[in-house]
Design a protein around this ligand. Structure first.
Ligand code: LFR
Length: 486
């Protein structure tokens, strides 16, 4: 039996084949495709039909390679959803969490319930794009028509199998559950005019969702395919696939977002966690991901896109390495960086407004992004240590961003911690691990992580002395003047 991870991020998707041979896991990318939200009438929406089509194309390639019998697991970003009517049809296109429709949703909801009360119930960070706030601005008539509200990976699994489920690691990001009891919060549901029955039944990672419905996809030459529930939230998969073999570790899942946190067996819901906006997302096997969302590689991706040049990462890193770092201090978690019309202009404007040197070249812009991300990461590690009252010695950076060796070194320096970087494909690997656990080829999360450590290269970055105190103080000065975060 062969296992295929279908891992779809905000900027690309891939089908990855996992092969367990003795005590080594190897992966092979079978199909890769681009993904992005599109603006139609100014609204940011996903093309979920294209995603389904790419999955089917990828599965055809799997069959062509001679694999007749497979399992698949699907993970994507969180919070976004599709409304399905009673005939199983989509009621409207899926909105992207970056769409501006939720810009004032938190302020509006605060007229009925305080943000702190929502946090205390759900343990989930307050982000204007969470499903709770997206549903609060949805047209009531559309919501009423919805038989099911399905998160994106659940929707894709539904299209493939006809089975509607609510996978648990992704479910908590909706901000509709009581974090400890794991049941819907009635007050929140009532506030947004949604009923608990409009969500499909829970499924845990490792359980079978269903078989692919071949009759519906006759035009495609597909293998026999069982769809398994994995950690369908990409961040949950990435953390499951983190090769953490030391004690006292934190993780940084570095993709479009940077998710920095620790794995806990219980949520941490304190005034500090609320103030600093740390979340307690449900992870695999009863774990909690206590983490903070940092704007991450999105900033670089947008800078590169707006530069209208086809830069390779290595070229950008080389140019950035030649520029003096820590020349500008920017809190990239401010709302203005969530979806500016032009990231380069937004960064330059910020620098002008705060009377800092304005970065111009791609090297200067990238150095500015990496400098500030390394500061934000270092500060988050200190906060985590304080809030968890546990020491953190090592940071595991996984995901595409772990290839950024310049930023890895800057992060080691600023945080004064050893950084282990890689694998870049931790999300797909975590997805495959859960499938291996479903078929009893791997027995525990710990065994899976050992397997990842021994199977994939992990690069070590040791900290080098920098004038850290001064840099941090200057960053904090800018933060105090700052605007509200996303
Ligand atoms: C990362 C991620 C984050 C989530 C954000 C929006 O891809 O899933 O965990 O906060 O996207 O869904």
């Amino acid at each position: 039996m062969t296992h295929i991870a279908i891992d779809i991020g905000a900027s690309s998707g891939r089908l990855v084949l996992g092969d367990l041979n003795g005590d080594k896991l190897s992966i092979q990318e079978i199909h890769r495709f681009s993904n992005s939200f599109t603006l139609s009438d100014g609204q940011a929406q996903w093309n979920v039909d294209k995603l389904l089509m790419e999955i089917l194309k990828g599965l055809e390639k799997v069959k062509k390679l001679g694999y007749e019998n497979i399992t698949i697991g699907i993970d994507t970003w969180a919070v976004d959803y599709v409304l399905i009517d009673q005939h199983g049809e989509r009621i409207q296109e899926a909105f992207c969490y970056r769409d501006q429709r939720t810009e004032n949703a938190m302020v509006k909801m605060a007229e009925h319930i305080s943000m702190q009360a929502i946090y205390e119930k759900t343990g989930i960070q307050l982000q204007s794009f969470n499903t709770l706030f997206q549903l609060s601005v949805e047209k009531p008539a559309l919501l009423e028509k919805a038989k099911y509200i399905l998160l994106i990976p659940d929707y894709l699994a539904y299209r493939l199998t006809g089975m509607a489920v609510l996978e648990r690691t992704n479910a908590s990001t909706m901000q509709l559950f009581n974090v400890t009891e794991g049941v819907f919060d009635d007050e929140l549901l009532t506030l947004i005019g949604v009923k608990a029955e409009q969500f499909a039944p829970f499924i845990d990672p490792g359980q079978v969702i269903g078989e692919l419905q071949y009759e519906q996809f006759k035009a495609f030459d597909l293998p026999r395919c069982t769809v398994i529930a994995v950690a369908s939230h990409d961040t949950a998969s990435a953390i499951a696939g983190t090769p953490s073999i030391t004690e006292n570790w934190a993780y940084l899942s570095s993709g479009t977002w940077s998710l920095l946190g620790v794995e806990k067996m219980a949520p941490i819901i304190t005034p500090t966690a609320y103030r600093e906006n740390y979340t307690n997302e449900w992870g695999v096997f009863g774990t909690y991901r206590f983490l903070i969302n940092i704007m991450g590689m999105w900033i670089l991706q947008e800078v590169l896109r707006n530069s209208n040049e086809n830069y390779e990462l290595e070229q950008v890193l080389q140019e950035a390495a030649e520029v003096e770092p820590y020349l500008q201090f920017i809190n990239f978690n401010e709302f203005r960086f969530l979806k500016p019309s032009n990231m380069i202009i937004e960064i330059q404007r910020y620098c002008e407004e705060t009377m800092q040197i304005v970065p111009q070249t791609i090297g200067e812009l990238a150095a500015c992004v990496f400098s500030n991300l390394s500061i934000i990461y270092a500060m988050a590690i200190e906060q985590l240590q304080y809030m968890t009252r546990a020491s953190i010695d090592t940071l595991y950076i996984v995901g595409g961003g772990s290839k950024n060796h310049l930023l890895n070194q800057m992060t080691a320096n600023m945080s004064k911690r050893t950084v282990f970087a890689g694998p870049a494909e931790a999300t797909a690997i975590g997805n495959i691990l859960l499938q291996l656990m479903a078929v009893n080829k791997v027995q525990s999360l710990q065994e899976g992580r050992q397997l990842v450590f021994h199977s994939f290269p992990v690069q070590v970055f040791e900290p080098v002395e920098v004038s850290r105190t001064d840099i941090l103080a200057r960053f904090k000065q800018i933060m105090e003047k700052g605007q509200r975060p996303a």
